[in-house]
Design a protein around this ligand. Structure first.
Ligand SMILES: *Cc1c(COP(=O)(O)O)cnc(C)c1O
Length: 423
C-alpha cells in the first residue's frame, strides 16, 4: 500500500477503482484541524461544508480524538449479544441531553431514518390500531432522508430514484411548508406519522415559516400522528440552537419550558452527534413509542458500540462546553448581514437564506447552468471549500468553532470570488 504523492494520483485512483456515485470537487484533502483543511500539496482551505454538517465541532477536535484513542485501546465492539460498559452511560447521557426517555443507537443517518419508520409503523399497528399494512407515513416534496431503497422510494429526486424500483409503498408526499396540505392529508385515519426536516438542507436550505413546525406538531397531536423530526443535518447546534425544533432558544441544552420548542415524538440524529469522528446515529422517543420494539425486531452489529458511544458523549459535551449553538447563531447573523449587503451590489446572487450557520445563496442563473459549480471551483482556488446543492444553490456551512474574524475573512473570499464572475 503506497501513499499518494499528488492530488492527481489520488483522483485517478478514485476514478479508476471507486464506484462513481459522487461527483466531488477536484480537491484532495489530507489533513484537517478546526475550521481548516489542507490538500495533498499543502494548500490550506476554509471548510464551508463541514462534511454536510457532521463536523460541527471542527476537524479532529482534540477532546474527541483523545476519547477515540482512549476507548480504542480498551474496547471497540462486542455486538449487542452482550452488554458493554459504555452503552448504558451513553444512553443515559443522550436521553438526558435531549429530553427523551429512550434511545435506539444506530450508525448512519439513513439507518436512523429507517429505524424511525419501523418504530412508527409498529406503533401504528400495535398502539394506534391502524389495520396491518395500511399505515401511511407523510413526507414532504424535495425531502432528503438518505439513500436506502425505502428512503429513495419517497424521494422526488430523479437521480436518487430512477431504475431503483420497485419502490416501498406506504408513503405520501405533500408540499413542504404547507400547513393546509398537512391538515388535508391528516383526514386519512391511516396516517401514522409525519416525517419532516425542520429546514430542508439538501433541497437548498429551505427554511419554512416560523410557525410551520409548531403548527405541524399540533396538527399531528390532534390526529394522534407521530411527528418525526429528521435533525440529522439541522441538529446539534448547526442552526443556532441545540435542535432546529428548539426555535429561537439559545440555552445550552434541551428545555421544554421554552415556548419556541416543538417536541418531536421521534427525533432522528446523526452526523455531528460524533463530531465527524465515527458514524453514530440515534433515534430518540419516549417509552410509550419505543416499547413497541422488542428483542429480535431491529438492530445493527455496530449500533451502540463502545467506541461510537464514548465518542458521541464527548462530541455532545464539546457542543455544550464551547457554546457552539450560541456561536452559530451569532455568526449566522453576521454572515447573512454581510451577504445581504453584498447581494445588493451584484446581480449574480439572488438571495441568501438559512438559520445559524446553515445557509445558502441562490445563484441568479438557470437551474441547469454550471454557474454554482464554477463558483465553487473558483472558491476552492481562493481557499474556501463549498459545494453546490440542488439547482443553482451553494450551501455554506462552516464548522461551528469558527471565530468572528475567520468568518469575515471567509466572507471576503466569497465576495471576491463572486465578483470575478461578474467582471
Ligand atoms: C445526511 C442526511 C441523512 C442521511 O445520513 P447518512 O449518514 O448519509 O445516511 C438523512 N437525513 C438528512 C436530513 C441528512 O442531512
Amino acid at each position: 500500500m503506497e501513499a499518494v504523492q499528488t492530488s492527481k494520483q489520488a483522483i485517478n485512483l478514485e476514478n479508476k477503482y471507486g464506484a462513481h456515485n459522487y461527483h466531488p470537487l477536484p480537491v484532495v484533502l489530507a489533513k484537517g484541524e478546526g475550521v481548516y483543511l489542507w490538500d495533498v500539496e499543502g494548500k490550506k482551505y476554509f471548510d464551508f461544508l463541514s462534511a454536510y454538517s457532521a463536523v460541527n465541532q471542527g476537524h479532529c477536535h482534540p477532546r474527541i480524538i483523545q476519547t477515540l484513542k482512549d476507548q480504542a485501546e480498551k474496547l471497540t465492539l462486542t455486538s449487542r449479544a452482550f452488554f458493554n460498559d459504555v452503552l448504558g452511560p451513553y444512553e443515559k447521557y443522550i436521553t438526558d441531553y435531549f429530553g427523551f426517555e429512550k434511545v435506539l443507537p444506530m450508525n448512519t443517518g439513513a439507518e436512523g431514518v429507517e429505524t424511525a419508520i419501523k418504530i412508527c409503523r409498529k406503533w401504528a399497528y400495535e398502539v394506534k390500531g391502524i389495520p396491518e399494512k395500511d399505515a401511511v407515513i407523510v413526507v414532504c416534496e424535495n425531502n432528503f432522508h438518505g439513500r436506502t431503497t425505502t428512503i429513495i422510494s419517497f424521494s422526488n429526486d430523479l437521480g436518487a430514484r430512477k431504475n431503483f424500483g420497485p419502490y416501498t409503498p406506504g408513503f405520501e408526499k405533500i408540499a413542504y411548508d404547507d400547513i393546509d396540505a398537512l391538515a388535508t392529508i391528516l383526514k386519512n385515519k391511516n396516517v401514522a406519522g409525519f416525517l419532516v426536516e425542520p429546514i430542508q438542507g439538501e433541497a437548498g436550505v429551505y427554511t419554512p415559516a416560523d410557525d410551520y413546525l409548531s403548527k405541524a406538531a399540533a396538527l399531528c397531536r390532534e390526529n394522534n400522528v407521530l411527528f418525526i423530526a429528521d435533525e440529522i443535518q439541522t441538529g446539534i447546534a448547526r442552526t443556532g440552537s441545540l435542535l432546529a425544533v428548539c426555535g429561537n432558544c439559545t440555552c445550552e441544552g434541551h428545555c421544554e419550558q421554552q415556548s419556541t420548542y416543538v417536541r418531536p415524538d421521534i427525533l432522528i440524529l446523526g452526523k455531528a452527534i460524533s463530531g465527524g469522528v465515527y458514524p453514530v446515529s440515534a433515534v430518540l422517543c419516549d417509552n410509550k413509542i419505543m416499547d413497541v420494539i422488542q428483542p429480535g425486531q431491529h438492530g445493527s452489529t455496530f449500533g451502540g458500540n463502545p467506541l461510537g458511544s464514548q465518542v458521541a458523549m464527548t462530541a455532545l459535551e464539546v457542543v455544550r462546553d464551547e457554546k457552539l449553538a450560541q456561536n452559530a447563531r451569532k455568526l449566522g447573523e453576521i454572515f447573512r448581514e454581510r451577504m445581504n449587503a453584498f447581494i445588493k451590489t451584484v446581480d449574480l446572487v439572488k438571495l441568501v437564506r438559512g438559520k445559524g450557520l446553515l445557509n445558502a445563496i441562490v445563484i441568479n442563473d438557470t437551474e441547469d447552468s454550471s454557474t454554482a459549480w464554477d463558483i465553487c471551483v473558483a472558491l476552492k482556488e481562493n481557499g474556501l471549500l463549498a459545494k453546490p446543492t440542488h439547482g443553482n444553490i451553494i450551501r455554506f456551512a462552516p464548522p461551528l468553532v469558527m471565530t468572528e474574524e475567520q468568518l469575515h475573512e471567509c466572507c471576503d473570499i466569497i465576495e471576491k470570488t463572486i465578483r470575478q464572475f461578474t467582471a
